[in-house]
Design a protein around this ligand. Structure first.
Ligand code: OGA
Ligand code: NI
Length: 399
């Protein structure tokens, strides 16, 4: 485990803890976990302490570091990753258009199979709302540390304001702070005290945004299902009525030595799919054919990526993309991710439709909650966790 990257997830519900599938030996109870080291806000470290050198607990081993930025480059970018904009851009309006739908859906299928990620362009979320979301996130991080710490999270849940995810000592830390809370089901919103009260319009703006992202999620799940040769409600049924969405706002402060650290260590998102809203500062890198590709933020586009559960359900047809975040010397970066996840107690396994003599099941079955609990214990390094769920060759004869 390097950074204990646990993305797209939350504390598992008590039901999930009870029901975690028993074919996995690494179940772990979440209660009673403790931070073994004090939690330090990175924003505070930069803005108040004014560190000139990256403290040792943020320094990555050589193999995980981005190489030094070229002079004038905004981000610390590996030389072999200076390839932007190859990522497919999927036209959402075309997916809704009778005449263009077939071609656009094919492009989408290819993006899910080859990349596990795509830009979503021409979607119906207005630019003004995207801007407002970015603005409330910015205003939130501009609050004083005391105001943010009212929402400080605990190692048992991760809901709230935080700066680390792995609980154990000597974890390599990420150069960033975050705020995390459920945004779906939305009925809970009015009574959910985990949502910030400041800035005052936060709840309204994020509520509206979450509803719109939910619609996109439903539409894409339908098209993914059809692209996989199934009825449009196929994947949605697997995710269950208790499917949830979790929002994570990320704040990556400028860094005096960006070539030594990462804003977020390499990982794949644990759930179904993620919608990422980025500001204009680059930082996200995707791994493709073993190379890190820098993602160029595209105005008004959402970056959608496939998570581990869709890779498991589709028996490897769709890929969850490995990604990480690099930081830079000059500009803070803010992103807002919404993770769309299956219900905690739904058992996720390669679906029978994707299994035959030539395509044995690649992964063991497990509840999503069980998957998360194991994450909490081990953390994740790249796609290490989903790899560990792979069946051994001789096990592959039956489900
Ligand atoms: C995440 C994530 C990427 C980014 O929160 O899981 O991968 O650019 N974020 O902030
Ligand atoms: Ni992620």
């Amino acid at each position: 485990m390097t950074g204990g990257e646990v993305c797209g997830l939350l504390v598992a519900s008590p039901a999930a803890m009870e029901n975690a599938a028993s074919d996995h030996e690494d179940e772990v109870a979440m209660e009673g976990l403790k931070w073994e080291e004090p939690v330090q806000s990175v924003q505070e470290l930069v803005e108040k302490v004014g560190v000139r050198k990256v403290p040792s607990m943020y320094i990555r081993p050589m193999k995980d570091r981005p190489t030094r930025a070229k002079r004038g480059a905004v981000a610390a970018i590996a030389r072999d990753s200076w390839i932007m904009d190859r990522l497919p851009a999927i036209d959402y309006a075309a997916l809704q258009d009778e005449k263009k739908r077939h071609f656009a859906a094919k492009e989408l299928a290819m993006a899910c199979e080859d990349w596990g990620a795509f830009y979503l362009i021409n979607h119906p979320i207005p630019s003004s709302l995207l801007h407002a979301v970015q603005q409330v996130a910015k205003e939130f991080f501009q609050l004083s540390l005391q105001e943010k710490q009212v929402y400080a999270n605990t190692p048992n849940s991760l809901i709230g304001y935080g700066s680390r995810m792995g609980t154990s000592k000597n974890t390599i830390l990420d150069w960033g702070d975050y705020f995390l809370h459920y945004v779906w089901p939305i009925e809970d919103q009015a009574i959910d005290e985990s949502w910030p009260r400041k800035p005052p319009h936060y709840r309204y703006i994020i509520g509206e945004y979450s509803k719109k992202v939910h619609k996109l999620y439903e539409a894409l799940m339908g098209i993914f299902s059809e692209n996989l040769g199934q009825e449009s409600n196929y994947l949605g049924n697997y995710f269950g009525d208790g499917a949830t969405h979790i929002l994570r706002m990320n704040y990556y402060p400028p860094c005096p030595q960006p070539h030594l650290t990462l804003g977020l260590g390499s990982h794949s998102d644990a759930g179904g799919m993620t919608f990422l809203l980025q500001d204009e500062v680059p930082g996200l890198q995707l791994k493709k054919d073993n190379k890190w590709i820098m993602v160029n933020p595209l105005k008004d586009a959402l970056l959608v990526n496939i998570g581990d559960q869709l890779q498991i359900l589709s028996n490897g047809r769709y890929k969850s993309v490995e990604h990480r975040v690099v930081v830079n010397k000059h500009a803070p970066r803010i992103t807002i991710a919404i993770f769309c996840n299956p219900a905690d107690d739904n058992i996720i396994s390669p679906a029978p439709e994707f299994i035959d003599k030539n395509n044995p099941p690649l992964y063991k079955s497990m509840t999503y909650g069980g998957f998360l609990l194991s994450f909490f214990k081990k953390g994740l390094d790249g796609k290490g966790y989903i790899e560990s769920l792979k069946r051994k060759h001789q096990e592959s004869c039956c489900i």
